[in-house]
Design a protein around this ligand. Structure first.
Ligand code: URA
Length: 482
């Protein structure tokens, strides 16, 4: 049995955490300190990377052993919301983060609703740290670029160099393992490295830029892809820099094109307008639906593609008269891997048949191939994709259109309409009449079926009639030009 170590009045304590991202040890020690009634100004924290949240550091005055919890100490209170934010905030490189978290934990014991106080400086700081970390996690998912390397035994390994701003490497490991499970890969960073051999994930020491290879032939493909999807008419340099900060450019083969593309944007825009350019000519577009289905599975060109969910490909006959485009897969669709099989799909089916449209004869797909959601407890709540995300995913929709060659394309809702037309039309103004898409193809837009679900009873009846009428017009047009 170990002797109890009590808090001496005026004593202060130092906790040296073994790892910069060690949330578990911080949580255990913080609980113990709260239960021993050690106030925040009597504790300092450090990590091997030098993180040191105090003026004192681990100086000679610190007690050698942490105090024991008082036997009668109550349970430490920490809401799930706090633990979730704290779990992210510890990954920040701010040396004050552990001290901040302990101060908050301490204050939560007497003010359990503290996190609701949006004006509290500690709460604001915590939320800020967590936000920055979430962004860094996303940036890594979006901007890691693997280069192929042949190892001495002749096998292929994909190696990437990345410079995270915070301690997010380990937190992102599961994402890369799930996403690239069948490849052998390494991600090297100045904070450590990850290695996956197809079965086991291991960690390695920090690396240097020169440890990673510089480029490989596959990069030409990335470049051609990026050049083909770059739309000069929508160039917003500020937004682009925010999404893709310069610091990541050097690891991204396609970024080498940016200065030239930006410089030539005006000229290209004019050329596009006058020539009605086909942006995909020669861009390495997939040549079968099976290839589309396979490639979208590893697409990380936008934040939705990076969220770790399964991509949902379109389905239907190879040469349908009609292609139906929805917004994005929902929870059920993501689970089953098929479009429009959940509640919105069932509602759609109820209208298609009576309008004279055979769903089985149509190719059904979505503007965005991954499910965008917000986690709320156990539920995944739908989130609308941004215009930028739709525009990135449009490449896949155009690839599908080029393969299935439908005479008619029906877009359901604003996201699908944007994907179809490359602009955000007014559905009220443009519904119910064909839109010329070129190549003898007619586009049609109407509302999304789930819009009907959100209306009050009276309004729903009216809107449902309009929706049915829009579908009937498409069916008529299909009969006239099968
Ligand atoms: N909503 C859509 O837009 N598409 C689906 O596949 C499912 C729901």
């Amino acid at each position: 049995m170990t002797a109890m170590q009590h808090v001496r009045p005026g004593a202060w304590y130092h906790v040296a955490l073994p790892e910069a991202d060690d949330f578990g040890t911080w949580r255990d020690q913080a609980r113990r300190l709260v239960q021993a009634e050690v106030p925040p100004d009597r504790v300092t924290w450090s990590t091997p990377d030098g993180g040191d949240g105090s003026l004192f550091g681990a100086g000679p005055g610190a007690e050698k052993r942490l105090p024991s919890p008082r036997p009668e100490a109550p349970q430490v209170r920490a809401s799930r919301a706090f633990l979730a934010l704290a779990g992210k905030a510890v990954l920040h490189s701010d040396p004050e983060r552990f001290a901040l978290l302990y101060r908050l934990l301490w204050r939560l014991q007497t003010r359990p609703q503290l996190l609701d106080d949006a004006a509290d400086a500690d709460v604001l700081k915590l939320e800020g740290l967590a936000r920055v970390v979430r962004r860094d996690i996303h940036k890594m998912r979006a901007f890691v670029r693997f280069r192929s390397v042949i190892e001495p035994d002749g096998s292929e390994r994909f190696v990437a160099w990345f410079e995270p701003s915070h301690h997010i490497l380990r937190a992102n490991a599961r994402f890369f393992v799930d996403r690239f499970a069948s490849m052998r890969w390494s991600i090297l960073t100045p904070r450590g490295s990850l290695h996956w051999d197809g079965e086991v994930l291991s960690e390695g020491p920090p690396a240097q830029r020169s440890d990673a290879p510089d480029g490989d032939p596959a990069e030409d493909l990335w470049r051609r892809y990026y050049a083909s999807t770059f739309n000069p008419a929508r160039l917003k340099i500020g937004a682009m820099l925010k999404e893709m900060p310069r610091k990541y450019w050097k690891n991204m083969p396609e970024a080498a094109l940016i200065p030239a593309l930006v410089a030539g944007a005006q000229a290209r825009e004019a050329a596009m307008v006058s020539a009605g350019e086909n942006r995909f000519e020669g861009s390495g577009r997939p040549d079968s639906l099976a290839e589309v289905a396979m490639q979208i599975g590893t697409c990380t060109r936008c934040a939705i593609g990076c969220n770790g969910t399964r991509a949902v490909a379109g389905e239907g006959p190879e040469r349908p008269a009609l292609m139906i485009v929805g917004e994005q897969p929902g929870d059920t669709e993501e689970t089953e891997g098929r479009p429009f099989v959940g509640p919105a799909g069932q509602l759609l089916d109820r209208y298609l048949g009576p309008a004279g449209i055979d769903r089985g004869a149509a190719y059904v797909t979505n503007a965005v191939k991954h499910f965008k959601f917000e986690q709320s407890g156990k539920r995944r709540l739908h989130k609308t994709p941004t215009a930028g995300e739709i525009d990135i995913c449009r490449w896949w929709l155009e690839a599908e259109t080029a393969l299935v060659k439908p005479r008619h394309v029906l877009a359901l809702g604003a996201s699908a309409a944007r994907a179809l037309l490359g602009r955000s039309p007014s559905i009220a103004r443009e519904r119910g009449k064909p839109i010329d898409l070129g190549q003898s193809r007619q586009g049609w837009i109407t509302v999304h079926p789930s819009y009907l679900l959100r209306l009050s009873d009276g309004a729903r009846e009216l809107e449902a009639e309009r929706f049915a009428a829009d579908l009937a017009l498409v069916a008529d047009a299909m009969r006239q030009s099968p």
